[in-house]
Design a protein around this ligand. Sequence first.
Ligand code: AMP
Length: 561
Amino acid sequence: MHIGIDLGTTNSLIAVFRGGQPELIPNPLGQVLTPSVVAIRDGQLVVGEAAREIARSAPAQAAALFKRSMGTDREYRLGGTAYRAPELSAMILSALKADAEAHLGQPVTDAVISVPAYFNELQRKAVRAAGRIAGLNVTRLINEPTAAALAYGLHEREGESRILVFDLGGGTFDISVLELFEGVMEVRASAGDAFLGGEDFTEALARHIAQTAALDPHDAELRPALLKLAEQAKCALSTAPEARITAEVGGQTLDQTLTRDRFEEVTAPLLARLAVPLDRALSDANLSPGEIDRLVLVGGATRMQPVRAYAGRRLRQLPVSGVDPDQAVALGAAVQAALVARDAGLDDVVMTDVSAFTLGIDTAHRRGDRWHAGYFAPIIERNTVIPVSREETFSTVEPGQTELRFGIYQGEAPVVADNLHLGELTVQVPRNMAEHEKVKVRFTYDVSGLLEVDVTVLSTGKKASLVISQLAGEMTEAEITKALKKMKALKHHPREDAANLHLRARLDAAFAMARGPSRPWVTGLILRLEEALDAQDPDALDTLRKDLHAALDRFEADHVR
Ligand code: AMP
């Protein structure tokens, strides 16, 4: 059986083409969206919703957002073992494969997996490696925007057509301009903002809710509750003109009514940022908005009314409709899988070559009257079209300092310790007052993956340079074989127990969140679950699970109407 997979940053989906159309396959919890989170608990692998709950109560036992590290050397520690992003992705893929096999009642061997259009060779190889580690034969990788267009059947149109895919997910924003011509779908241009997504809208709204109630939006204890309220209100506003927020937070009773207009005002700075990639993709494709034949919205965050309205206004048309924006990519991957199986796969070409990760150096920042080293200063941002050359100026921090040392790093973390160290470069500077000696640091990155770093001292003209020929990232054949063995040795949590595991993980997360008398109350719920598990009465367990989930829903509070 040939299936299509959307391996997403926050959620993954799997679909199959049957009876002339693509359909999504549910996981053991009956949901089609499986959070891209993995955890190891009691030596067993846990994937999806339960792993996401574990991440809330015991973050060290779980890993999430690893799609961002595909094609890098970054390692995540889980259950005392180090894993790279393709291995973690393989855990998701193998859970999805098991779901499909249980649902279809037959083995699943072949898969089409979607990747962002901007993924470079290294990242694409990492996805293929993940497929192999999961025991899948990856017949094709399909670009996410192309898959979305396929889900709408846009590949069946006669003649030439230009499609703009507007994809706002949880954490990233991507615009792709596609051109369809004689059975070839070409990504003419793509642009994006790797740090803009639905979560930022939630964050802005949480701040607004806190400020309205005179609460500190940065209070770490209040944040989870505020974010949850904001997320619910945000989603409610996608279908209703206003949302009412009533909850107990930080010893205060909140009662606020939020209108769509207010939401639009609060998120205006984020909406403004949508313009940059949109303009850039159109100008790179040499097209005006009027030349776009079809507008496709992808990603859960395009359900927000202000975002839809913005896209429609800019492209002067209504988006194509009929497919859920969260599901389009997976459905399209299944369409492609069916086409490949019929030997008629649509060709999918990407034109852009971009840097997969951010490249930069370590710097010091002043906190109070002291300098603290180890902060990451990006020079070439990820998703920059290559070849590229960028320059930044830095200065000495200590009086009388005679040497400047630059650590060169690849990664997305704000502190260099969490990024990958690529090399080191030192230059001598004349003795001078603090911040009086300046140097220019130039990064040049080309298509063959060579990174050249040049440092010039402005006062003396002295130069130093370094060429880094191999950005780390690709898994070798030996590493893939080793990962396959690691995966085989890993015990998977039994699928039939998924619902109990999910509830237990949710109870644990509630316990971690609770304080005071709520804690013994949660413990009471845990005991009820454990007793029911001991008694092994499936019907009673079923009823109890529903009751406990309902109790947790109430506990997690936040009554948004
Ligand atoms: P994705 O990465 O495509 O799964 O998108 C996830 C993002 O979509 C998250 O930020 C969600 O909060 C957001 N989202 C999901 N459903 C809705 C909704 N009904 N209204 C607004 N945002 C939503």
